[in-house]
Design a protein. Sequence first.
Length: 140
Amino acid sequence: MRGDDEALPLASRAGWQEIERQHDPREQLALFAHLHRQICDREAAVFAQLEAAAGADPEATQMLAEHEQLRYETQSRLARSLHRRKQLKPGLTAREAADAIWTLASERTYLALVRDRSWKAENYGRWLTEQLAAALLPHQ
C-alpha cells in the first residue's frame, strides 16, 4: 500500500536509495520526509479506509498490521543508517530512533495535520523534517 503500481519494495527504489546515499543527516531526513509526504499524498485516504475497516474485517486488520510492520522495517533502515554513521543524539539507540521515525512519519500524523487540521502537504513535510531532526540529531 504505497499508492502506486510499482512492484519494487520501497527500500529498493531510487528515491530511497538517494536517502541512503546521503551523508548529511539533516538532508537525509529532509529527503525521507519528502518521500514519506509523497507516499501519503497518494495513499493516506486509502489508509484511512483500511484503518476504519480493520475494526470489523479480519482481512483488513491483517493488511493493516502487515503495512505497519513493513513501514517500521523500512523506516528502521534510516535509523540504522544514522546510527552506523554515529549521527544520532548521544545515547539514542537505533531502535529508539526507529520508534521515533515510525511514530512521527505515519499516515495517521499526516491525516491529522493535512486532512483534519487543513495543513498544506508541503508544510507537513517541513514540519516532519524539523521534528525528526529535533528527535534524532544532536543539537547544533
